[in-house]
Design a protein around this ligand. Structure first.
Ligand code: GLC
Length: 431
């Protein structure tokens, strides 16, 4: 009974996962990928990385590895021994600059230099995993196209990230350095390839489901018609899938988008990723409370909710009777708990279905993974990917029932520790 109420409510507001047609959405995504690879352009940037997976790596040489993610900023030193086993040292972690308050260009790069200069004294080869939409050039530097994930440093848009960092470090110690900028999806793909080199996969996908969400894959260079200077017959493409804008959005998606730093942009990301799923669930719960779906007392408490984060939501589904949880504190009657659980579960299911649509679209587009003995490796990373209850099972369910059962393509999820740090070091040490 409660399931029907929830389904009807979500459907009426355009938020019900069951109303998304998997096949139609996959085909739309593929069409948008194709346009993004051509001069025409699309909401998918389809950024050429000038990296393939056929790299030779310098061994026993340390690389400085920097990771500017959605929430954290990490720096360390990585080297590989003769057997390509990585070792990580001098590691530290702090908050990503520009999240807490708006920074000027000078402040932003000044902070980067401060955070990295001690480790940067130990090697001139730098790999910089920069997890924002960045146009990569042949020298592996990157120009920031725009910010995502609510970072506030507007003067940095249009700047070369590597050149500014290298210049700042040179002012400290007078040394020249080489830097390779790469997206976190790309670093993850390279890291995953690095730890599975003895396996024979029919292609790799780097998939992030964390603060933001994105994926990269390996494309035939001949199909990247917007460039003519590919150095190899294949190239990793960063799709920037968070910016995809062809999914049907619901009422609450639009409300959340309007309150963000960049209304209209990053529509897919705002529907599913870790930075946004908490506030989105808050909107959905408030919508339900407004329509009197919970008990009277619960409706009132839900209406007063503020700053709900995914961690609260995640802990609720993990333990829906823990009285310390802010959502549990809204519950007055047993049915409130059931209804709330079902609403949240449906939002997690939507996130999994949308993730499965874009992963399947990539695999269908390349035609890879038709031989069950040579599946496509999907290298997954991100706290939300690992920790959000039931997300992985739901994702697998949609991939298996559509991609594998209906289309005959096989895939395998690969995971490992610190894959994006390892992949970033590979990019820094590749020649
Ligand atoms: C955002 C960024 C993208 C990144 C993703 C995952 O979508 O724009 O570059 O890969 O978050 O961190």
């Amino acid at each position: 009974m409660s399931k029907t109420i929830i389904t009807q409510f979500l459907s009426q507001h355009g938020m019900y996962y069951g109303d998304l047609n998997f096949e139609t959405e996959c085909q739309k995504f593929i069409a948008e990928m194709e346009k993004g690879l051509s001069q025409e352009g699309s909401s998918l940037d389809m950024i050429p990385t000038y990296l393939s997976v056929k790299n030779n790596i310098d061994t026993n040489v340390p690389a400085v590895v920097i990771d500017a993610g959605g929430t954290n900023f990490r720096v360390g030193l990585v080297s590989f021994d003769d057997n390509m086993q990585p070792s990580i040292s001098d590691f530290s972690k702090t908050r990503m600059p520009g999240i807490e308050r708006e920074l000027s260009k000078q402040e932003f790069f000044g902070t980067l230099v401060d955070y990295t200069k001690d480790v940067a004294a130990k090697s001139t080869e730098i790999g910089f995993c920069f997890s924002y939409p960045t146009q990569i050039n042949k020298d592996k530097d990157g120009l920031l196209l725009r910010w995502s994930k609510e970072v506030k440093a507007p003067e940095v848009v249009g700047e070369m990230i590597g050149a500014n960092l290298v210049e700042g470090l040179k002012e400290v110690d007078g040394k020249d350095r080489n830097v390779a900028i790469l997206n976190d999806t790309v670093a993850t793909l390279l890291g995953g390839k690095g730890i599975t080199s003895e396996r024979n996969f029919d292609g790799y996908i780097g998939f992030i489901f964390g603060t933001g969400t994105n994926l990269c894959y390996i494309e035939d260079s001949s199909k990247i018609t917007k460039i003519t200077d590919a150095q190899d017959d294949t190239m990793i493409i960063n799709t920037e899938s968070g910016a995809y804008n062809k999914l049907p959005r619901g009422a609450m998606d639009k409300v959340l988008d309007e309150s963000s730093n960049n209304p209209g942009d990053y529509q897919l990301e705002k529907m599913i990723s870790g930075r946004y799923l908490g506030p989105l669930v808050q909107e959905v719960l408030k919508g339900a409370a407004k329509e009197g779906i919970f008990s009277t007392g619960c409706n009132e408490k839900v209406m007063a909710l503020e700053n709900l984060e995914l961690i609260d939501v995640s802990l609720f589904v993990a333990h829906p009777h823990n009285s310390e949880n802010v959502l549990v504190q809204c519950i007055e009657e047993a049915t409130d708990c059931t209804l709330m659980y079902e609403l949240i579960d449906a939002m997690i299911e939507r996130a999994a279905k949308i993730s499965a649509i874009k992963l399947s679209a990539c695999i269908l587009k390349t035609g890879a993974g038709r031989d069950q003995a040579r599946p496509v490796a999907i290298v997954g990373e991100g706290t939300t990917f690992y920790k959000l209850k039931d997300y992985r099972q739901k994702l697998d369910f949609y991939m298996r029932s559509h991609l594998t059962k209906e289309h005959g393509h096989y895939y395998e999820f690969i995971q490992g520790e610190d894959l994006n740090l390892i992949g970033t070091a590979i990019a820094a040490l590749a020649h």
